[in-house]
Design a protein around this ligand. Structure first.
Ligand code: COS
Length: 385
């Protein structure tokens, strides 16, 4: 076991940190205020390899290991969770699902364009009545001649309103539950009957796009199936094993940002003739943030280590996602407390950190679902079916 990052990983950390500090952090508050989705930032990330970290070079990616992927995600998340969310969906849910399940033709067709940022993707699993119970899909896909015809509604889909391509999970067999689902790749501009409506007035992630998708007799080519017919639930769960890893890494970034802001403020802010950082109760909060952050980062790296070995990482990923997302909420709460009233306005970034952290305990599986997965993996007993 080696706790040191490799030279390559250190270089990647430095590159991602510099990019995030120069290009993302300075505009994060204004984008949040204006709920502005900043696509230009993604275009700038692509040439640096940041949009295709773990994708092999032969498909246009950077060919990085999963720890490096987490490092990039942490650094982007340290600057802005909205950009980090877009990144997580693009790389972890969309690119890695196509890499894992796509035909050679699908990989050649989509991955280079996704890594270059020419195509933006989204992952359409959630429905009004299929949140935690992901297998309860109502969206249908029926084969008519040489086309699959999709009908249904997806909701709370990150990137949906700005995406060019969607991975859509739909029901192809009503007589089965999990085995009745299939994943499809849908190219928005090439089809009819695919419309979106943005979800507004969110607590956080205000400069990321979240939308509903309406599929109305949306006909797509027969070869749009990702994986096999009936394998959609496994595509979705495998995708979430990657997506949750990325969310966890992003939350480590929030935790680190909370430490950075709090340390800076606690050293400068003077009360009772002393910097408030010299008070033990403030040090208590800083210490708890630091311990949480170190633990969260190590849990992410552990999951990354399992992924690097090519092994199933469901347990390690859920542990990391559960701990890191809850730690980010705790850290952001304490960061506001340390900043006092100043932390309650967007003059300082910590209120955004709290608003952005909260959703990480909900999306890509709530903390409760992560605990059920951890329980299921350890006990080998399912909670539901
Ligand atoms: N990787 C691969 N296969 C998986 C898997 C994973 N991580 N998790 C489950 N599966 C497989 C199981 O092995 C099982 O296959 P078999 O029937 O061949 O044994 C099948 O999928 C069904 O699994 P399970 O019975 O555990 O499914 P449940 O309906 O009980 O659901 C939970 C399991 C609750 C964990 C799942 O629905 C879930 O993750 N819900 C949250 C959804 C979510 O995160 N939504 C947010 C979306 S934001 S993109």
């Amino acid at each position: 076991m080696d706790f040191e990052l490799t030279t390559e990983q250190k270089t990647i950390k430095e590159l991602a940190r510099r990019f995030a500090s120069e290009e993302i952090a300075p505009v994060a508050r204004d984008n949040d205020r204006e709920c502005h989705f900043h696509r230009d930032i993604l275009q700038k990330m692509a040439p640096l390899g940041l949009l295709g970290g773990p994708i092999p070079e032969r498909y246009g990616g950077a060919g990085l290991d999963y720890i490096s992927h987490a490092i990039i995600t942490e650094e982007i998340g340290r600057a802005c969770s909205s950009v980090r969310t877009t990144l997580s969906v693009q790389v972890s849910l969309v690119e890695l699902s196509i890499l894992a399940w796509g035909t050679e033709e699908q990989k050649q067709r989509y991955l280079p364009a996704l890594c270059k940022g020419e195509l933006l993707g989204c992952f359409a699993l959630t429905e009004p009545n299929a949140g935690s119970d992901a297998a309860n899909q109502s969206t249908s896909a029926v084969l008519r001649g040489d086309k699959w015809v999709l009908n249904g509604t997806k909701t709370w889909i990150s990137n949906a309103g700005v995406a060019d391509l969607a991975i859509v999970i739909a029901r192809t067999d009503k007589t089965k539950k999990h085995e009745g689902l299939t994943a499809f790749i849908v190219e928005k501009e090439k089809v009819q009957g695919f419309t979106t409506r943005d979800i507004l007035h969110k607590l956080g992630l205000r400069s990321s796009n979240t939308a509903e998708i309406y599929l109305e007799d949306c006909a797509i080519p027969k070869d749009s199936v990702l994986g096999g017919v009936g394998e959609g639930f496994k595509v979705a769960m495998g995708g979430l094993d990657n997506g949750r890893y990325s969310v966890a890494a992003g939350c480590v970034g929030i935790c680190q940002a909370c430490i950075d802001a709090s340390v800076r403020y606690a050293r400068e802010r003077v009360q009772f003739d002393r910097p408030i950082g010299s008070f033990q109760l403030v040090q208590d909060m800083i210490a708890r943030m630091v311990v949480d952050t170190e633990a969260a980062r190590l849990l992410v790296y552990k999951a990354g280590h399992v992924k690097n070995a090519g092994l199933k990482s469901t347990l390690e990923t859920s542990i990391a996602k559960y701990f890191a997302s809850e730690a980010a909420v705790r850290a952001a709460n304490m960061a506001i407390q340390i900043h006092g009233s100043y932390g309650y306005s967007d003059e300082f970034p910590v209120e955004r950190y709290l608003r952005d952290a909260k959703v990480a305990t909900i999306y890509e599986g709530t903390s409760e679902i992560q605990k059920l997965i951890i329980g299921r993996e350890v006990l080998d007993l399912k909670a539901f079916t």
